[in-house]
Design a protein around this ligand. Structure first.
Ligand SMILES: NC(=O)c1ccc[n+]([C@@H]2O[C@H](COP(=O)([O-])OP(=O)(O)OC[C@H]3O[C@@H](n4cnc5c(N)ncnc54)[C@H](OP(=O)(O)O)[C@@H]3O)[C@@H](O)[C@H]2O)c1
Length: 272
């Protein structure tokens, strides 16, 4: 276990808050998770994680605060906690909330906008992040927090809506593909458990192969396709039914939605 001295509060113990809490605690952070209905996060206590329905108290005793609330709930909650957040590192996990929107409220905090995904739960998330002020010491601390639940990378904020669509929503696309592969297996008579295992293990293995290689996916793909063989029959169907176009469209549409939500939140703030 790494020995981090920082105390960390996660405001919002829902899907994402819960997913990151356990890896953070296992990485040595002293973690408090809040939500209004604490009954739903009782299991966290078994991991030595404190649970609370008092955001102020959790913020007060912590050095780093992670907001894992729904986008529309973040700004009002930051307003309430503004004074207590001064001088602290504040990481927002929300889609669509920009650093400048947060900065209008939290002028005296170190602001970070991050976008993780549900694979954080098994320490295999991808969490790109952006900062308002490039302070190397703060960036190192943030990287250390985010690396607790997978890979991370500092990026320009203008890429955040696209990354929300690609890697934030990405597990939903990949799980749809895994489900489709399993159905393919069922269609040709494989037992359900075997079809599912063969599907997810193939996705896991292909991703690992790519991650550990310097080659482009198309180069690795070519190694599976033999002339007149089995694979090219399947590839022909995928090309005919435009799988690549469908996935490109999914990411483009999700990015547009993320842009739309950002604009709607911006308008709401301006109207205040
Ligand atoms: N789900 C994903 O795969 C995913 C991926 C990437 C990014 N995100 C981002 O992560 C953020 C959280 O999403 P989510 O899917 O985890 O949502 P979620 O499951 O609805 O979690 C939000 C949690 O916040 C709690 N909450 C609401 N108001 C609160 C308050 N005032 N104080 C403390 N807790 C409060 C809610 O519990 P109570 O009602 O009991 O308070 C709820 O459990 C979003 O901004 C989203 O954009 C999500």
């Amino acid at each position: 276990m790494k020995n981090h001295s920082e105390k960390l509060a996660i405001i919002g113990g829902g899907t994402i808050g819960m997913s990151i809490a356990i890896p953070l605690s296992q990485n040595g952070y002293s973690v408090t998770v809040t939500r209004r209905n604490t009954d739903k996060i009782r299991e966290l206590k078994d991991y030595g994680i404190e649970i609370s329905n008092d955001n102020s108290k959790a913020v007060e005793k912590s050095d780093i605060i992670i907001f894992a609330l729904k986008p529309y709930d973040i700004i009002p909650e930051m307003e309430k906690l503004k004074k207590l957040l001064e001088g602290k590192i504040v990481i927002s996990m929300a889609a669509a909330i920009s650093l400048s929107q947060m900065n209008e409220i939290l002028k005296k905090s170190y602001l970070v906008r991050a976008m993780t995904n549900i694979a954080a739960k098994v320490s295999s998330g991808f969490t790109p992040f952006s900062v308002l002020v490039k302070d190397e010491k703060i960036i190192k601390k943030v990287e250390s927090v985010l690396k607790s639940f997978g890979e991370t990378q500092l990026v320009e904020e203008r890429y955040m809506d696209a990354l929300t669509a690609l890697s934030g929503s990405g597990p939903a696309y990949i799980l749809t593909i895994i489900e489709a592969m399993m159905y393919g297996g069922l269609k040709v008579g494989l037992p359900r458990d075997l079809a599912l295992k063969a599907s997810y293990q193939t996705v896991l293995g292909s991703a690992k192969l790519l991650a550990e290689s310097t080659e482009h996916p198309s180069v690795i793909k070519e190694k599976v396709i033999t002339p007149g063989g089995v694979t090219i029959e399947g590839i022909f169907e995928l090309e005919d039914l435009r799988l690549r176009t469908a996935i490109m469209r999914a990411i483009e549409s999700s990015t547009k939605k993320s842009n739309e939500i950002s604009r709607a939140i911006e308008e709401k703030i301006r109207k205040k």
